[in-house]
Design a protein around this ligand. Structure first.
Ligand code: FE
Length: 177
């Protein structure tokens, strides 16, 4: 009798242990952040209020690569970003602050090596600034919420806007529909 009880309690322990493992795994994946951002208290996909966060603060939050593009107007090398030839259906957000920037139906296949769009989601998704660096006259595109540098705007896009938002993948974050 005693040995049967021992066997039963042993089996009970085994079944508890095996049922525990899968729930622990799913718990971990649920807790994983939906974004690649580290701890970022300014990130929101619903709050559209304009942010005024000093670069010193962003420096603590963003990865070095993202900080260089977003806050120092850096440009990633052509054909190296994750979205230049990506064709998923969904929404592109600012990877720095979560602001909605583009829909995939505003993206077009460009040979330039950077993700290219012909329109933003909302007129105030982005702000624009004259950029005369590198002896060129270009229009800089910044995030309408956090002011981060996203890329440049050119007039050689497809209809209906004939615009080309030439963006850096590292400051974009894609979410499928
Ligand atoms: Fe932003």
């Amino acid at each position: 009798m005693h040995s049967i009880l021992s066997l039963l309690s042993y089996l009970l322990v085994l079944s508890n242990f095996s049922s525990c493992s899968p729930s622990a795994v799913s718990g971990n994946s649920k807790d994983a952040p939906a974004t690649e951002s580290k701890e970022n208290p300014y990130y929101s996909r619903t709050d559209t209020s304009v942010l005024h966060v000093p670069d010193a603060e962003w420096k603590k939050i963003l990865s070095d690569e993202m900080y260089h593009v977003a806050r120092e107007s850096g440009t990633e090398r052509a054909f190296t970003g994750k979205y230049w030839d990506y064709a998923g259906i969904g929404t592109y957000y600012c990877a720095v602050c979560g602001n909605a920037l583009f829909k995939s139906d505003g993206k077009f296949s460009s040979e330039c090596g950077w993700p290219s769009f012909f329109e933003t989601i909302r007129p105030n998704s982005a702000t624009y600034k004259e950029d005369k660096s590198y002896n060129m006259e270009r229009v800089e595109v910044n995030c309408g919420r956090c002011g981060s540098h996203l890329g440049h705007l050119f007039d050689d896009g497809p209809p209906p806007t004939y615009k080309r938002y030439c963006m850096n993948s590292i400051v974009l974050e894609f979410e499928p529909d």
